[in-house]
Design a protein. Structure first.
Length: 101
């Protein structure tokens, strides 16, 4: 349940919107981390050349990892942390997730 403030009153509402952090693997083998509220649409945007500047010259991209969150700030924070991992740590995280599937 989320709370919003409307004209000085707290209102609670159910929100089904989820937020995601993700890794896509680019055609050159590099990894790109991002966050979004619509994972499929975002990957499609990357592959259409309308995603991040980084991925435009490295198409196509393939979604290799994602995590879901209830709050956008949680997803942004996790993205920030993912971007600071070493390449080996990123690959280990992806491999761990693959093993769980």
């Amino acid at each position: 349940m989320r709370k919003i403030l409307v004209r000085g009153r707290d209102l609670c509402y159910n929100s089904w919107e989820m937020y995601y952090t993700y890794f896509v693997r680019c055609a050159d083998g590099s990894l790109y981390a991002g966050y979004t509220n619509d994972l499929n649409r975002r990957v499609e945007a990357h592959n259409a050349g309308k995603g991040a500047k980084y991925t435009r010259s490295r198409l196509p991209v393939l979604l290799v990892y994602s995590e879901s969150f209830d709050e956008a700030r949680e997803a942004r924070s996790r993205e920030w942390n993912l971007k600071r991992l070493t390449r080996a740590q990123k690959e280990a995280l992806i491999a761990q997730k693959d093993g769980a599937l």
